[in-house]
Design a protein around this ligand. Structure first.
Ligand SMILES: [Zn+2]
Length: 281
């Protein structure tokens, strides 16, 4: 069973209103201002999953400015999950500091969402290292056992749209302050796995998993072997960031590496099945 733990979908209405959102929404224009940046609906995602042999996918929305667009997108995701209940797993997104954030999250919980994210600190105007103001959201995630997918990025290297400045250090601080939340740090945690070679850091990050989303744009394929050697195979999750990159490309990359079968299975599905409490197909 293959589980893609990091995809993004938009409603057909938002896709067709793309130009209007580019005018009004700063972070959206940053990522989708270029006409060749792809957007996908739930139906397109499921078609791509069928084509690539992906069984299930976590679906996320977007880091909007407008609170109403969060509500609209969360509702679209809930509807998509109800149309494809065996394929899609909904993650809710809210701007963590908004006065109505927790109420919206409550609504999403009632709708059957299974996690929170992808949180994008720069796009959503908060600082991941700011423990005090994130406490209410973190508390709710911990109480309800909701894993939280968070965008981190490399403090070095080339710039790209949406990179942001949420560094491994901020990810470390947040995870160590909130050991009760299971965290998925996107994009290999911006390089945080390297520091898990330090025993105290490893201990503090026992609640953190890492996804490989955007890996083909960022790292040589050797990253998988290195990450398995540093972290062990249980903390690594397959996430494509579709439609940014097709899941197919990751599977080809993984299959070129000669990983052991149990390592491949852990990354492509077993770890996500355990983390998200999914039924094994
Ligand atoms: Zn991201």
């Amino acid at each position: 069973m293959i589980v893609d733990c990091h995809t993004h979908i938009f409603s057909p209405e938002i896709i067709s209103g793309r130009e209007e959102h580019v005018q009004r929404e700063a972070w959206f224009s940053h990522l989708y201002g270029a006409p060749n940046a792809r957007m996908a609906s739930a139906r397109e995602l499921v078609a791509e999953m069928d084509r690539c042999g992906i069984d299930r996918a976590v679906v996320c929305g977007f880091a909007w400015n407008s609170f109403d667009l969060y509500v609209e997108t969360n509702s679209y995701i809930a509807n998509a999950v109800s149309r494809f209940p065996d394929r899609l797993i909904g993650f809710a997104n809210v701007p963590p500091l908004h006065p109505k954030a927790l109420a919206e999250l409550e609504r999403c919980l009632d709708l059957g969402f299974r996690g929170i994210g992808e949180l994008k600190p720069e796009g959503q105007g908060f600082d991941l290292a700011d423990g005090a103001s994130l406490k209410p959201l973190a508390g709710m995630a911990a109480e309800n056992g909701l894993p939280m997918l968070v965008h981190l990025s490399e403090p070095v290297g080339h710039l790209y749209p949406g990179k942001g400045g949420t560094s491994p250090r901020k990810g470390f601080e947040f995870a160590s302050k909130h050991p009760g939340i299971r965290l998925i740090y996107a994009h290999w945690g911006g390089g945080l796995p390297f520091y898990e070679l330090m025993p105290d850091v490893r201990e503090a990050l026992s609640n953190v998993w890492y996804d490989c989303s955007a890996s083909p744009y960022l790292y040589r394929p050797d990253i998988y072997r290195v990450a398995i050697d540093v972290l062990g195979r249980d903390k690594i999750l397959f996430g494509s960031d579709y439609p940014l990159i097709s899941p197919e490309r990751y599977i080809q990359e993984l299959d070129s590496l000669g990983l052991r079968e149990e390592e491949r299975n852990a990354i492509l599905g077993d770890n996500a099945i355990a983390l998200l409490g999914l039924e094994k197909a």
